[in-house]
Design a protein around this ligand. Structure first.
Ligand SMILES: Cc1cc2nc3c(=O)[nH]c(=O)nc-3n(C[C@H](O)[C@H](O)[C@H](O)COP(=O)(O)O)c2cc1C
Length: 208
């Protein structure tokens, strides 16, 4: 059971920038790199909102999103863990639902054996999936493949958006599934797929 009920208040995020930003896609592609040292300062709501939108936000009325989804079933869920707590991104509202007011980054880090750097990230994004409708339509074999493909699309969006915001982010797959599921308080059957620690670069933006 979640410590915070589903009726918990929504934290509205600043509207995402959906037109051009300061960096081109080509620059973001060139600059994206897996980096594991971050400044300790927290991310701003604008940054978290922009990352969440790039990953799973709505890009047109009617519910279609920035990342493609097999059959438009949209099984992915995005959580963000910061020093302020654990939050679930709600694409339809471009808002965060509070899931916990505890700092769970240490627990997430310990669920990634030998990767203590994870706990030093100001924000840890977590992609998980509710497989129910995907398995019903595509079966468990192809359905599992589709869930992993979708997580890759969504994660790459987030990684490129991070690069475009002069943030560092690293995709991370080596974690203990059951511990991550427990920390995120995922419903029975949901699958944790990817963790993406994000933060401000240790070095000056623009330096490799
Ligand atoms: C599916 C997948 C899982 C990964 N898991 C981890 C991980 O557990 N820990 C980590 O530090 N990096 C992880 N990475 C990042 C890779 O180490 C990184 O992408 C690789 O070294 C290439 O560097 P680049 O991302 O800067 O191009 C993962 C990358 C992918 C695609």
């Amino acid at each position: 059971m979640s410590e915070i009920p589903d009726e918990s208040p929504l934290l509205e995020l600043p509207p995402p920038r959906s037109a051009s930003g300061p960096q081109s896609l080509e620059m973001a592609l060139s600059r994206r790199r897996s980096r594991r040292e971050f400044q300790p300062n927290p991310l701003q709501p604008e940054q978290i909102g922009q990352l969440a939108w790039a990953c799973q936000g709505l890009s047109e009325p009617g519910g279609l999103r920035t990342a493609p989804s097999a059959g438009g079933l949209h099984p992915l869920r995005l959580h963000v863990a910061t020093w302020e707590g654990l939050f679930e991104y709600l694409p339809d509202f471009h808002a965060l639902r509070v899931r916990s007011r505890k700092d769970l980054r240490g627990g997430l880090s310990r669920a990634c054996p030998g990767q203590e750097w994870v706990g030093r990230a100001p924000a840890i994004c977590a992609l998980s999936a509710d497989p129910t409708r995907v398995f019903r339509r595509y079966g468990t074999g192809r359905g599992t493949r589709y869930l992993h493909l979708e997580a890759g699309h969504a994660a790459q969006n987030l990684l490129l958006q991070a690069a475009a915001l002069d943030l560092w982010a690293t995709p991370l797959g080596a974690f203990e599934d059951s511990r991550v599921s427990c920390i995120l308080d995922l419903p029975e059957g949901h699958l944790p797929l990817y963790l993406i620690p994000v933060g401000t670069p240790m070095r000056r933006p623009g330096q490799p």
